[in-house]
Ligand binder design. Structure first.
Ligand code: R5P
Length: 311
């Protein structure tokens, strides 16, 4: 039987997923000792069950990661038949290569930790780079929010054909995929520092003049990448700029930066539990991702195709 367990990082999302699957969350306590060590106790029998633990490794990333690892250990010791780590937002993903000598590849280390703790499979959403899937030596399904974004864009653009824009060269594959689904044009913001010490120049590859532009990215953290790209697009004569980003990390003053920017709207998913600030923000809207994740979980449990969700 399928059982769902939630860590503390995004309980509303776990409850929404449970609702779609007509299940209730497995009773468990995930709490802290006085010295902040994590303590987990699963309060229901899970012997022989197909258990999904739902936990984004979002802020505070280290605490949430540790909770996930300890939950997996508890499930293993309680003889769960199969443990799937459902990680809607996989933190540490941006550390997926050595940016210089004597630096770590933390995304690989985190993948090792999750595997070593005893997860049998991983289900995640819009990994920062597709190849991180290969950091796990266990089956890993990487879902895409593209169909959710596609539907919302159709509903909000009232027939107008947008230009899908990648805010940097690294995000072109992601933007192209969405552009293809929407049969839309593609543009790229190319940030370049011509000489050390000189400020960055934003070149736009593609035609944006008079067009409704939609920036697409996996993560919005400080908001700098998006807000600067939106400004550059407006300066090139774009009619409007909106952004669709899967993971709303939104650290520090990001919400205020987005509010003060040229962005008409920033649309994110609830892969990370939105803070009160995000919920109150004038130009940020949150789309629910639970239906997509729940359907993928149902298919994993029934051994059905997950990739066909994106055909
Ligand atoms: C970078 O490679 C990512 O795809 C995002 O563009 C980046 O993490 C966003 O960060 P920030 O919002 O701080 O500019």
């Amino acid at each position: 039987m399928m059982k769902l367990l939630s860590g503390n990082s995004n309980r509303p999302l776990a409850e929404a997923i449970a609702g779609f699957l007509n299940l209730t969350l497995t009773k468990a306590t995930v709490r802290r000792f006085a010295d902040m060590e994590v303590f987990v106790e699963i309060l229901e029998n899970v012997r022989g069950e197909d258990v999904f633990i739902i936990q984004s490794t979002s802020f505070p990333a280290n605490d949430h990661l540790m909770e996930l690892l300890i939950c997996i250990d508890a499930l293993n010791r309680a003889s769960a038949r199969r443990i799937t780590a459902v990680i809607p937002y996989f933190g540490y993903a941006r550390q997926d290569r050595k940016p210089g000598p004597r630096t770590p590849i933390s995304a690989k280390l985190v993948a090792n930790l999750i595997t070593k703790a005893g997860a049998d499979r991983v289900l995640t959403l819009d990994l920062h780079a597709g190849q991180i899937q290969g950091f796990f030596d266990i089956p890993t399904d990487n879902l895409y929010s593209a169909p959710v974004f596609e539907r919302d864009i159709h509903e909000n653009l009232h027939g107008e054909s947008p230009v899908i824009v990648s805010p940097d060269v690294g995000g072109v594959v992601r933007a192209r995929q969405l552009a293809r689904r929407l049969n839309a044009d593609l543009a790229i913001v190319d940030k370049r520092r011509e000489r050390p010490g000189e400020s960055e120049v934003m070149n736009i590859i593609g035609t944006v003049e008079g067009r409704a532009c939609i920036l697409v990215d996996d993560i919005v953290d400080s908001g700098g990448t998006l807000c600067n790209a939106a400004q550059a697009l407006m300066e090139k004569g774009a009619k409007s700029v909106a952004a669709y980003v899967t993971h709303g990390v939104l650290s520090g003053g990001a919400v205020a930066r987005v509010a003060d920017s040229a962005l008409r709207e920033l649309v994110i998913t609830d892969s990370i539990d939105p803070t009160e600030d995000v919920e109150k923000a004038p130009n940020i809207r949150v789309l629910p991702i639970a239906p997509l994740i729940a359907e993928a979980m149902r298919r994993i449990a029934k051994e059905e195709s997950v990739s066909s969700l994106f055909d």
